[in-house]
Write a protein that binds this ligand. Structure first.
Ligand code: ADP
Ligand code: ZN
Length: 281
C-alpha cells in the first residue's frame, strides 16, 4: 500500500496529513505559519519524520510561487519571500514532492472526489483573507507563465457599491480581491463579514463581484463546475445570491456552469495528497 504526505501551506497555518485516499486523510494537524520559516518547517518536517515511511509528498501552497525553483515569490509575508519550500522538503524528507498552488490543489480534489466528482473542467475560488482561483481544464491543472491569479481579475463597480470605496488590494486597489475579500468587506462596512446579518446590503454587493468572477472564468475556461470556498462563503445566503446574479449577467447567452460549495472538508489538503500520488509515479 502506498503512503503519502500532504501539506496545505497557508499564510496563517499549515495543515499536514498522511494517507493514501484523499477522502481518508489521517492525522490531520495544524502548524502555525511563523514569521520564521525555519520554525514552521522544523515542525512540518518533524511531523513527517514521526509519520514513518512515505512514498511521496504533495504540497498545495499559498503564493505566488515559481514552479521552476519551487520558491514562494512576492508574498506579503516578507519572511517567506523567496523561501525554497519544495527544495527544503525534498532535501529533508528525501521523497518526490508534488507542488502546486493551494487553489489548484483544491480544484483537483473537488474535481476528482468532491463537488465536481469525475469532471475534467472545474474552477475553484477561495474567498477569505485574500481571493485565489485554481483551474483544472481538460483534466490538467492550468499553468502558464506562472499560475492563475484569478483573485486579481478586474471587475466593474457593483450596482450597490458604496460611493467612493476604492478597494483594498495593495497592488490594484479595486480588483476582485480588493473589492470582495474578507478585508474588503470589513473596510467597506466597518465590521467583519461574520458580524453582518444575512439581510445586510453587504451581501448584494459581495454577490455581484463574485458573480462577475464566475462569469469571467466561464467566458475564458468554460468550466462545468465552479466551486466557491473560503471563510466568506460561510454566509449561507450568499451562494444563491451569486447564482442569481450570474444568470442576470449571462443574460441567456450561454449555458452556465454549476456553482457549488466545496464538498470536501479540506479541499487543499486532499489535493496535496493527490499531487503526492502523481509525484510518486
Ligand atoms: P484564510 O483566507 O486566512 O485562509 P478564511 O478562508 O477563513 O481564512 O477567511 C478569513 C476571512 O473570511 C476573514 O476576512 C473573515 O472575516 C471572513 N469570514 C470568516 N467567516 C465568515 C463568515 N461566517 N461570514 C463572512 N465572512 C467570514
Ligand atoms: Zn489585486
Amino acid at each position: 500500500m502506498a503512503r503519502y504526505g500532504a501539506i496545505e501551506a497557508g499564510g496563517t497555518k499549515f495543515l499536514v496529513a498522511v494517507g493514501e485516499d484523499p477522502l481518508l486523510l489521517e492525522g490531520v494537524a495544524r502548524i502555525e505559519t511563523s514569521n520564521q520559516p525555519q520554525e514552521t518547517m522544523a515542525a512540518v518536517i518533524g511531523y513527517f519524520r514521526r509519520a514513518g515511511r512515505l512514498d511521496a509528498l504533495g504540497v498545495a501552497t499559498f503564493g505566488p510561487v515559481d514552479f521552476a525553483s519551487g520558491r514562494i515569490t512576492t508574498t506579503p509575508k516578507l519572511a517567506w519571500r523567496d523561501f525554497p519550500l519544495r527544495g527544503v522538503l525534498e532535501q529533508e524528507l528525501g521523497v518526490p514532492v508534488g507542488f502546486d498552488t493551494d487553489v489548484n490543489g483544491a480544484a483537483l480534489a473537488e474535481a476528482r472526489c468532491g463537488a465536481g466528482r469525475g469532471i475534467d473542467d472545474l474552477v475553484y475560488f477561495t474567498v477569505g483573507t485574500g481571493i485565489g482561483g485554481g483551474a483544472l481544464a481538460g483534466g490538467r491543472l492550468v499553468h502558464g507563465l506562472m499560475h492563475s491569479e484569478m483573485g486579481h481579475l478586474l471587475v466593474r463597480r457593483a450596482a450597490d457599491e458604496v460611493p467612493g470605496f476604492a478597494g483594498v488590494c495593495p497592488y490594484h486597489g479595486d480588483c476582485l480581491e480588493g473589492m470582495a475579500s474578507g478585508p474588503a468587506i470589513e473596510a467597506r462596512w466597518g465590521h467583519k463579514g461574520e458580524a453582518l446579518p444575512a439581510n445586510h446590503p453587504a451581501w448584494r454587493v459581495e454577490a455581484d463581484y463574485l458573480a462577475q468572477a464566475c462569469i469571467n472564468v466561464a467566458c475564458v475556461l468554460s468550466p462545468r463546475v465552479i466551486v466557491l470556498g473560503g471563510g466568506v462563503m460561510e454566509q449561507p445566503q450568499l451562494l444563491g445570491m451569486i447564482r442569481g446574479r450570474v444568470v442576470e449577467y449571462a443574460n441567456g447567452y450561454f449555458p452556465l456552469p454549476r456553482i457549488e460549495r466545496p464538498a470536501l472538508q479540506y479541499p487543499g489538503l486532499s489535493g496535496a495528497l493527490i499531487l503526492a500520488g502523481e509525484a510518486a509515479r
